[in-house]
Every structure is written in structure tokens, then in C-alpha cells.
Design a protein around this ligand. Sequence first.
Ligand code: GTR
Length: 440
Amino acid sequence: MKAPHQLLTHSPLKACLIFLLSALYMNPLFAIPKDANVDEAKVPKFTLPDPLTMTDGTPVTSSHQWSARRRGEILDLFKEHVYGRSPDGLPAGLSHQVTQTIPNFLDGKATLKEIRVLFNGKKDGPKMHILLILPNHTKKPAPAFLGLNFSGNHSIHPDSRITLSKSWMRPKKDGSVIDHKATEKARGASSSRWPVETIIDRGYALATIYYGDIDPDFDDDFKNGVQPLFYREGQKKPAANEWGSIGAWSWGLSRALDYLESDPTIDAKKVSVLGHSRLGKTSLWAGAQDQRFAIVISNDSGCGGAALSRRRFGEKVKRINTSFPHWFNDRFNQYNDNENALPIDQHQLISLIAPRPVYIASASEDLWADPTGEFLSGKYAEPVYALFGKKGLGCDQPPAVDHPVGDFIRYHRRSGKHDLTAYDWAQYLDFADRHLIKNK
Ligand code: GTR
């Protein structure tokens, strides 16, 4: 398939189609196709794979057995069948440089740093730009939130000192992206999703990266992004069981955590990884693979994220593989309209985060992402948390809107649409305070 910008140059009809599709991607409610089920009564009967039974049938009865054997087994199944295998080692030459430091950001409340990570050490090779904002009022290394953003680091806050991204961007009709490049108009365009000042006031640092730096979000058969850095001789694209874009974005989050571990202003043992929507799928997969993340937060992650695939509610496996053929590995296509054949389901993705705290959030109008299916993933991960003596959601039914529930597995269904809002952040900050900051 060609990249959207290549199609755009070909015919006005195709251009209209791409704009329409892009608009739909950003508005899943509007996008719910007629054949998608959003009726609870029509959810098929299904049996979920048991996180606490080994593939050979042995029951898992202790946290030791879980950590030593079962966890790896489940992780492997997700690699093989869903997200693909990410490379183990780092590309030769990977390096980082601090490119800008502004000590008086937010009227002196914060220090802003920009860090460039050259994935193969070459300036003209693939690279990502970390925007790090640190509180000035705290004395100790700061706990942090780390999340990818959709529209460039410059979109999270209007301050013109933040470097405008030069990376490829999805088309936007409002003038904030022209010819696939961000314009000045894009500054602060996503600020409602990033309450920077509140995060800083609460004593946390915020690290964010434009997700397209790691792998541009269109299907080009993996010619750009980080995947080619790892091709074996003669290899042209990832094999059927190797990583897609979600795998690559997650890998990028781990590389950002590598940097944070090297920065003395950060308490790298207290980093919460967070993401919205496709980037919520990504934060879950990053947190499942990389146990250095202290807390994992999934905001409206839906199909391929927190929602159970077997419910076939809202977005289904076939639909996501068709709309976004580059997100998962090729093997995941085997489960199009064939979810019961999956050797895992998404509650086991949540279980891979145990015993670390995990927050799953839904929005009441976001039926495309299946709020109930997102809740149930948390519910069915509880037995794994229980092995560690950790309490999960503590209830069997989804709670009322705007009533968060749970302890080490926490869940809320915010009233409103598919979005990342101040309400969501208020819950995540309290959650991080409770689990990461003593005496709170
Ligand atoms: C939708 C997609 C969802 C979700 C969303 C987003 O179009 O169907 O799975 O990831 O995009 O990331 O905005």
C-alpha cells in the first residue's frame, strides 16, 4: 500500500478518501460502521484462556511459578501472534545528546530539556526527540510520566521555544499540518491532553515524544522508522512474527526510559508509562515487555489494547487489521473473524503487568473501544495480581461513570468521548501519588 501522501498526489478522489479516513480515525464514535456490534445482548459466548494454567496444563499456584515460567510463556504468545517480536539488542551507535535546556519554562516553575536520540548514531538516520519538563520546586530526582504524543512535541504546549517537529505528520485540515509538515499553528494544539502545569505542580516530570519519530504511522511496508535498522542481510520487511508499528513505538518508549535512567534529575524507578488510544495499546505493550516501568496507564486503548478481542464489540480484530495493516504483526491476521482461535486474550496482556499497578480507563461514549471489554480485561487479570497478594478492581460489574474503582488494577469510565482529559489525568496523578510517593 502507498503512503497517504503518495495517494494524495495521484487523484482528487483518493485525496478526499484519505482526508475522510483520517477524520474517521480521529473520531471513532462517528466511525462506528453499521456492521459493528455495540449491543451487549449480541456479544457472543466465549471462553477465555486461563492466565493461571500453563500451556502443558499445569496449574500456576505461586507468584514464583508465575514469574519463573508462566509470565514468559504468555509474553511469548503475544510476541508470536499479536504485536510481533522486537529485537533484543540495541542498534550499533545509538546515542543521545541534550540539544536545548530552558531553566525558566512555565514562568520559572519548570526546566525544559530536549534530547535527541540518534538510533544508529547518524544525524541523517532515524531519530527521536524527547521533550522533558522537570519541576523546579522539588529537591529530589523527580518521578515522571512518559507518553508518546500524536502531533509533535510542540503540540503539547504553546511555548514557542519548544522545537517544531520536522517529522512526517498525518494530514490535517486546520492548517496545523501542510504537506505533511507541522506549521506554527500546531503549537499547543493538543494542550488539553497534556496538563503540563498541573503535572509539574504535583512534583512530576513529563517526558514525551512524537510517535512518528519512531515509526511514521502509515503502511509503507516498513521502509522507514526503526525496523530497517535491524534487518538481517537480504531482509526487506519484518517476518510474519516480527514487530509492527505498535512494537516499534513500544521499543521507542523503552529507549526513552534508557535515557531517563541516565538523567540524574529523574527517579527512573518511578516512571509511569501512559498512552491514549493506539498509543494506549502501545503503553500496555511497552509495560508488558519492560518491567522497569513502575506504572502502566491505558487511556481508551480499545481493540488490541485493553479490550477483550473475543467479545467482538465495537472495533474487531479484522477491522483493525484492515484499517491499520502495519500496527500488529502479520500473524495477527489469522485471527480476523477468528478470535476464539487466539491462544491469548487481552486480559493476559494486563496480567503481564502484575504485580505493578495498572490503570485502565474508558470513556462512556467510546463504544468503539468497548468500555466493558476494557473493564473485563482488568477483572480477569485479578487472579494473577492475587498471587502477589495485590488487590485488583474489587467489583464484578463496571462502575458508574466517573467513579473510579480498584487498587493495583484501577479502572474508570469517564463520562464523554474518546479523549485524554483533565479528569483522566487527575486520576492518574492520584494513582501515581498513592503507589509511588510514600506518605500519601
Ligand atoms: C481508531 C482505531 C482505534 C484507535 C484510534 C486512535 O481509528 O480504530 O483502534 O486506536 O483510532 O488511535 O485514535
